[in-house]
Design a protein. Sequence first.
Length: 218
Amino acid sequence: MPTILFQDSQLLAINKPPAMPAQADKTGDPSLLEWAEKQCRQSLHPVHRLDRPASGVLLLAKTKAAMTHLQRQFQQQTVEKTYLAVVAALPPEQEATLVHYLQKNSGKNRAIAQPGEHPGADRAELHYRVLGSSERYHLLLIRLITGRHHQIRAQLSAIGSPIKGDVKYGARRGNPDRSIHLHAWRLSFEHPGSGERMQLEAPLPEGDSVWQAMQAFL
């Protein structure tokens, strides 16, 4: 189930469970937005995206003014976005900045990461660091610098380290619930009302043995 991380008159921050859609989609499955609106008993405004298979911090605005203020921060890249990812294949370097150019394939709902510029592609940049390794898996800390469609998934796949469960991007097998081991762990932004800098942190998904094993590296 989702859990509320923060709430006031301007915004609502929720820890989204893996495999739950952030907004209603063609499956008709219950969405996080629907759940949140029932909890708050009011209409809410999505601020940013979080892929259905992933988990972690998701912001919803309670007013259109707050939505505009928050979305502007995402566009200006002043929001600090920190993710955790579990991979089976260790990246070639312990720490690195990745720059690719992403071409979105809307028909297949995926992005192709290429090393050089080409027409219609968006520049994508992230920084990762290996936090620790178990016998089978490795935990990466990722600072997302740009915010492109499926960016982390495509870029890690491009270096030979697809996220656990992410068969769309090269993982050998999927997770039973169709989730992937990608978690929006921390989000730092300016409060749309007070202007105060806030940092929210979403606990790792409960009941997942792999995530719980990775907890030791945080």
